[in-house]
Design a protein around this ligand. Structure first.
Ligand SMILES: [Zn+2]
Ligand SMILES: [Zn+2]
Length: 298
């Protein structure tokens, strides 16, 4: 095992034309395997999106490497130190779309106006009238969201266009969209503009960029991430740490687990104590199920 104390995780995306993602896939994968970088990268004709972790020096190499391809060019990386293993494996996959928006032909140039983290902070501080909408899936927003955010009941981003049709009473309002790193909002906000919303913004760099600058302000709870960490606790003020409560004891917590009954696999909020008491299960029935996860994880 390599020493992980010097490890970092980076997330990144870029909408850019990649003529031959199938050809690029093994090239990128081999580089990562060689450099002992782990994580997941998605490629599509429309660009690249990824989250990888590894030794700090190797990650620096990775950054220069992918930016050396002219069809990618300059990329903005969001970086955090990590203690522990964020990714078990390395894979690079080719997809039709980077994020499945249910609106494949959406014109990204229609995307909402970019709002900086400072800009959002100012809207809150000055008490401006605006609607802020979480464009992530319900289980992401449940564990943490911006103050007063609208939380759509969507299971998957592909349901977004349908959801937008249900909120057309907000068409004339100032609307701010946000997601984890910004990738979904480029499409989400474009869908809204296309459907006639008049004053749409997208939070530039997403929640991650905002929280790097302004933790303990207008974000409430934890931040859901798609790696082993699951939820990152981002605030230090006790009253801003958790917005969700344990499925069993109702204690405020930001811990998520998937039910260990493999046939159930439901994601649910569960505190450290209750996950042990209830044997990592969402119900009594699941506790005694035959096919269960063989390995425990946090
Ligand atoms: Zn509990
Ligand atoms: Zn269950």
């Amino acid at each position: 095992m390599s020493d992980r104390s010097n490890s970092v995780i980076i997330t990144f995306y870029k909408y850019t034309r990649i003529e031959n993602p199938e050809e690029f896939q093994p090239v990128l994968l081999n580089f990562c395997l060689q450099e002992e970088i782990k994580g997941k990268i998605y490629l599509a004709f429309e660009g690249i999106n990824g989250s990888v972790s590894g030794d700090h020096k190797k990650i620096e190499l990775f950054k220069s490497y992918i930016q050396s391809f002219p069809f990618i060019g300059e990329v903005i990386f969001k970086e955090d130190p990590v203690f522990g293993i964020c990714h078990e494996k390395m894979f690079v996959r080719v997809r039709k779309e980077l994020v499945n928006s249910g609106a494949r032909d959406i014109d990204l140039s229609l995307g909402g106006k970019r709002l900086s983290p400072e800009g959002l902070l100012k809207l809150y501080e000055e008490g401006k009238e605006f609607v802020i909408i979480d464009t992530r899936n319900w289980y992401e927003s449940k564990i943490g969201h911006f103050k007063n955010a609208v939380i759509p009941p969507i299971e998957n981003f592909r349901d977004w266009p349908e959801y937008v049709d249900q909120i057309d009473d907000l068409k004339d309002k100032t609307v701010v969209t946000y997601c984890t790193g910004g990738i979904r909002c480029e499409k989400a906000s474009a869908v809204m503009v296309e459907k006639g919303f008049k004053d749409v913004y997208q939070l530039d760099g997403g929640i991650v960029s905002y929280l790097h600058k302004f933790p303990d302000t207008f974000w409430e709870g934890g931040m859901f991430v798609f790696d082993n960490r699951r939820v990152v606790e981002v605030n230090t003020k006790e009253e801003l740490k958790h917005v969700a409560t344990c499925h069993y004891c109702n204690k405020p917590t930001s811990k998520y687990i998937n039910c260990h009954n493999l046939k159930c696999d439901k994601i649910f909020v569960c505190c450290e104590d209750c996950r042990k008491t209830h044997d990592y299960s969402c119900s009594e029935e699941c506790k005694t199920a035959l096919s269960r996860r063989s390995r425990y994880y946090d």
